[in-house]
Ligand binder design. Sequence first.
Ligand code: PEP
Ligand code: MG
Length: 757
Amino acid sequence: MPGAAAAARSILTQLHEVMAARTHAQAKLNKIVDIIGEALTSEVCSIYLLREGMLELFATRGLNQSAVHVTRLGVGEGLTGTIAENIETLNLDEAATHPEFQYRPETGEEKFHSFAGVPIVRNARAIGVLTVQHVEPRKYEEVEIEALQTVAMVLAELIHNAGLVDEEQLDERSAAQSGQQVLEGMRLVKGLAYGKAVFHQPRVTIEHTVAEDTEAERQRVYLAFDKMREQIDAMTNQAEFGVGGEHEQVLETYKMFAYDEGWSRRINEAIDSGLTAEAAIERVQQRTRQRMREISDPLLQDRMHDLEDLANRLIRIVSGQLGTAARTGLQNDTILIAKNLGPAELLEYDKRRLKGVVLEQGSLTAHVVIVARAMGVPVIGRVRNVRGLVREGDDLLVDGDAAKVTIRPGQAVLDAFDTRLARKKQRQAEYAKLRDVEPFTADGQRIEVMMNAGLRDDVAMLGLTGADGIGLYRTEFQFLVSAALPQRDRQTRLYHDVLEAAGDKRVIFRTVDIGGDKSLPYLTSDHTSEDENPAMGWRALRLALEREGLLKVQARALLEGAAGHELNVMFPMVSEPWEFDAAKAVFDSQLAFLKKRKHKLPTAIRYGVMLEVPSLAEVLDLLLPRVSFISIGTNDLTQFLFAADRANPALAERYDWLSPAILRFLRRVVRNTEGSGVDLGVCGEMGGRRLEALALIGLGIRRLSITPAAVGPIKELVSRIDMVEIGTAMEEWLASPPPDMRAALSAWAEERGIEVD
Ligand code: PEP
Ligand code: MG
């Protein structure tokens, strides 16, 4: 709207002079209220600033001067306090009709009917309020409100530079005022953690709001738009490697916003009004935020998050403040706050300082969560608007067990936390005692409790937990943490080191499972750009078979790395037996090559598959003669059985692992495998939870491969189960499923004094 730009521009030009003048801050404020009052032909213009927790009238034109530094309102008190509290604009033709209206006689404001006010915001907090009042009862025009909002941005800079509001004290005070706050989410990784909030993508503080050279600012925004669009296009093209369904939607929306002419036009108009590029982007964002707040459609609000992300990205580009908190390094014990993270992004953080993660999205079997679990970092997901409610540097307590985040925890909560931590340590010490105890059920059945791994350091957990071996080594993690495709010798070295470290214990290496939510920027292809559903698309073995070079190199590396050891190779996402044959053929030809060259070979080679695509279960009879072992990947299997994207937070809680559908499916696989001599196990996240593990053992599963932290608890569980008894109970439940399988299993365990989580 050119009118808005012109109005704001004329005010900003005058403000610029005021700001540059060498006068005292109070004199500047006095001048400013005059300029604004004049420009908006308002009898009254006032500035309230936060001082000692109260909004104090600092300058006014039109109200009684004797009220200056006398009239004070609490945050949330009266119209001005409401604006500050909600960080929202009010525009009323009759102020007295608003429910929060309060009359202050010392101001002499009774004769003014219309009222408009905007918050003065810095770092997402209201540090003051700018108001205008008018005798005649009329609403202010949109143009005028916009001009006020623009001026408020500039005022925020002036107030900050003049030190009129003690922002540090403001932090402490607002912390004390709002006190402790508890947010609820979804339990993704158990555990307790305490630390300071750090945003994965730090918020940029805008230092300069008034432009020196409008054309230069326009150029900066143009360039930033170009760069941002390039980034979004690159991200969309990478989606080939599998960003989950949810991600894809987000990218589409990003793209739509990134190319939205209306958005760039509005930013340009804000620049026309005299703002810097950063301030103009923020100004437009404020306006959008306000509009969105008026529409209470949850779908639109989700889109608003996307637009916020994009606007932040644009501001970061324009101000050159790029990079995530991982790049700048963590200073303290940290609780990382993000909308969502990829596994590779999480791996960039310093493990010693990263104590917990809180996400707005996330789901139980997303790979970032699997990585966090392996790192032993508690994660809470699906915490609505956590990025809006938490501030950088806030003290946070993450209770991954109860799926709660406490912001600024009080002493009582901290004491309770310490007690629980101590109890947890004690329990862990008890589990540690089981390290060298072989897991037998109460009726003497040996259950193999293996662990999942993927990083070189994970192998150390074998010794610490006493796991029976590594039932799933996710080789793609090495690819995820590398900037480029790992060369063969690096792969060989890793596999060799893992086997050396594992000693006598068995390690099952899974060939690369790239795709789905594990994307690699350096590995792209034509296929995937049209992949609408990457989790079901060109991923894992499908990709490896086609990129034969990739599998060939890995086969050589595994065969050479395992020289002198038993090699166990497992192929992911096998959907039909011929895929197994094709993958094994790649190994066979590499083996023949090494034999011919008289290289040292593995002492034995066992081949197996992941059973995670339901179709494979229908042809088990064809598969069994070919393989030595099968590992059921319940993470993918459940997503395919329920047709529910494992990375989609909206579906994260919809289906239960303990549903008759899954349990009956698994039982059928167990039965059809019995007597074949093929070793059957489960390596999905499900097996690491006590109640789920109980169900799996009840189905006759004798090998679990789970996250290292669960090895102790599951060993303890095993020792308390009578396998025949739970088997019988499971038979009955599956013949005629109770309305709530989870409840039935829990009750069964409780009756026997078995603790489940
Ligand atoms: C699974 O799908 O259950 C599994 C163990 O593999 P991933 O989680 O790596 O897909
Ligand atoms: Mg899988």
